[in-house]
Design a protein around this ligand. Structure first.
Ligand code: SF4
Length: 187
C-alpha cells in the first residue's frame, strides 16, 4: 500500500507542477459513482452528445465504464481555478476548459514517462484536444492516444468526490473550477 500511496503523491505533485492549483490523493472508496450523469449528458446542454468520440453515446455504456473505474485502487484528484468576467462568461469558461486540458495533457506526458502501471486519466468534458472533434464529420479520431474522457462520462460525481477528497468544488465568485483525475491499480 505504501508504494501505491507514494506513486499517487508523486502524481499529485506532477499535476501541481503542470499548473494545477490544488491536488490530493484519494482512495477508490472516496470516488462517488452515479449513472445519473449519463441522463444529464443526454440533455446535450454542451452540444457534445453524439458529436465527440469521448462523449456518449460513442464513448460506451456508463455501467461498463463505472465497472472499469471500480477496478482502480487509488488516485490523484487535481483542479484548476480560473477567473471569469461574471457568472455568464461562457467564452471565459470555454477558454478556461482549454487551459485545463493543457494541464491535463502536460500531466499525461509526465505520466507516460513515470509509467505507473495501468492508469485511467480523466479530465474536463468534451475531450477538447481538438478545436472541433472529427466525430462531427464522421472521420477517425485525430489523436486516439491523446483523447481524454471526462470524469462524468465514467459516472464520477465530481462534487461529492471533491468533498470526500477535501477539495472545494467552487472557489469563489466569478470563477470556474475544473477537475482531473488519475486512477492507478498498482505502483
Ligand atoms: S482527440 Fe480530437 S478527434 Fe479525438 S476525440 Fe478528442 S477532440 Fe475528438
Amino acid at each position: 500500500m505504501d508504494d501505491i500511496k507514494a506513486a499517487n503523491k508523486k502524481i499529485a505533485e506532477l499535476a501541481l507542477g503542470c499548473g494545477a492549483n490544488h491536488a490530493t490523493i484519494l482512495s477508490a472508496d472516496q470516488v462517488v459513482l452515479d449513472d445519473v450523469f449519463r441522463d444529464i449528458c443526454k440533455t446535450n446542454a454542451c452540444g457534445n452528445y453524439g458529436n465527440c468520440y469521448m462523449c456518449p453515446p460513442d464513448v460506451g455504456d456508463i455501467h461498463d465504464m463505472m465497472d472499469i473505474m471500480r477496478t482502480y485502487r487509488l488516485g490523484a484528484l487535481y483542479q484548476t481555478i480560473h477567473a471569469l468576467e461574471d457568472s455568464f462568461d461562457y467564452e471565459g469558461m470555454v477558454e478556461a476548459a482549454s487551459r485545463h486540458v493543457k494541464v491535463s495533457q502536460d500531466l499525461e506526458d509526465k505520466l507516460r514517462n513515470m509509467k505507473p502501471g495501468p492508469y485511467l486519466h480523466l479530465s474536463v468534458g468534451g475531450c477538447n484536444v481538438c478545436e472541433v472533434c472529427t466525430k462531427r464529420d464522421n472521420l477517425p479520431c485525430r489523436f486516439p492516444d491523446r483523447a481524454m474522457a471526462s470524469l462524468e462520462v465514467y459516472g464520477v460525481d465530481v462534487y461529492q468526490t471533491a468533498q470526500n477528497a477535501g477539495l472545494k468544488y467552487i472557489n469563489g465568485q466569478n470563477t470556474v473550477t475544473y477537475f482531473g483525475l488519475v486512477m492507478i491499480k498498482e505502483a
